[in-house]
Design a protein around this ligand. Structure first.
Ligand SMILES: [Fe+2]
Ligand SMILES: [Fe+2]
Length: 138
């Protein structure tokens, strides 16, 4: 009897890229529930979403940013910007959490969060994750 062939492990960068897509889908679900007045489970849904985003940010800060920033001045500057965006994402999550508790999410808060997440994901997908793959985080 031959041993089962293990499924190929998805790379760290692949996981992180998938997270970006999932965050966008899950946030669209949150907004859809708010728009239709479906607030019943939104606190729980929001709690899970917010936790997943915060874990993603913490992982990048711990596992990727320090070594990436070390390479040269451009990378260092990029990580400074990414860290500032992480802080802004956390502030926006807090803001959205409060609005959800109050059962009133402002369109401007949603738009700002979507734009921020999109811009941030594009930078990481273009610069940080290809570097991670080349470093063997693949
Ligand atoms: Fe990030
Ligand atoms: Fe990310």
């Amino acid at each position: 009897m031959s041993a089962p062939i293990p499924a190929p492990k998805a790379s760290t960068a692949e996981h992180l890229r998938t997270d970006h897509v999932e965050f966008s889908d899950r946030f669209a679900d949150v907004c859809g529930r708010a728009r239709t007045g479906d607030w019943r489970d939104l606190d729980d849904v929001w709690g899970g979403f917010s936790r997943a985003v915060r874990e993603h940010l913490a992982f990048e800060e711990r596992e990727l940013f320090p070594a990436y920033a070390e390479r040269d001045a451009d990378n260092h500057a990029r990580v400074e910007r990414l860290r500032a965006e992480h802080d802004e994402i956390r502030r926006r999550l807090d803001e959205l959490g409060i609005e959800i508790q109050l059962k009133c999410i402002r369109a401007s808060t949603i738009d700002a969060f979507v734009a921020l997440m999109k811009r941030h994901a594009e930078t990481e997908n273009t610069y940080l994750y290809p570097w991670a793959e080349s470093r063997g985080h693949a």
